[in-house]
Design a binder for this molecule. Sequence first.
Ligand code: FPP
Length: 252
Amino acid sequence: MAKTEPLPTAEIGDFAVPRHVAIIMDGNGRWAAARGLPRGEGHRRGVEALRRTVRAAGDLGIDFLTIFSFSAENWSRPPAEIRELMGLLRRFVRHDLADLHRRGVRVRVIGEREGLDPDIRRLLDEAEELTKDNNRLVLVVAFNYGARQEIARAARRMAAAVAAGKLAVSAVTADSLASYLDVPDLPDPDLIIRTSGEQRLSNFLLWQAAYSELVFVPTYWPDFDRTALESAIAEYRRRERRFGGLAARTGS
Ligand code: FPP
């Protein structure tokens, strides 16, 4: 993996930052194990890294930050760890919502709400409702989220529209399907970062990631900070995005 030098913030400010950054926050368990601590401590420190990252994203002028907080597949973890993660979400919303709101952050949630505890559903609804008019940074929380499940939900909504005579079969296109995803007006991520050295998408934003730049960093999530975010953005800026077209040539 190429070593990337962090850029000073002022320099970052002079260049285009990705509009939408999505993060797979991985490595909490390994961070804890490396220190002889329980996995829950890794998750708790993961929430601190999340706070730092949301703040940095706002400062850097990123418009959308999507975080993978709990995957549809995480239910296979031991019940005690699931309780811990649910508890951390409750605490995050209860303790941080007012501050996020004050700083102009709009919270949106993607994922399956069915099957979540009613109080968690209420907290997520409340976070979305309270912050709906904010526009400094959109924080998209992927909770009980799986990309294949999201695509299936979109297909189900479309099928219902077709069955109700509101949508013609010929109108089922890639663009129209995108408008049935959990948050239809969310632009595709420009940059997807995965921490902890793992190099896969693990059912995260599969539809939206078609042309995203992927940056894998060795850092365990609890150690992630503003400098690590700036390094990932610096790596992104070295990439050439062609979206299936040809490389831009000078002088032609
Ligand atoms: C991956 O680490 C991380 C998760 C499964 C959950 C991410 C959660 C947080 C960062 C804190 C919770 C935040 C909210 C808002 C709920 P891992 O446990 O898979 O680590 P490992 O691969 O090293 O075991």
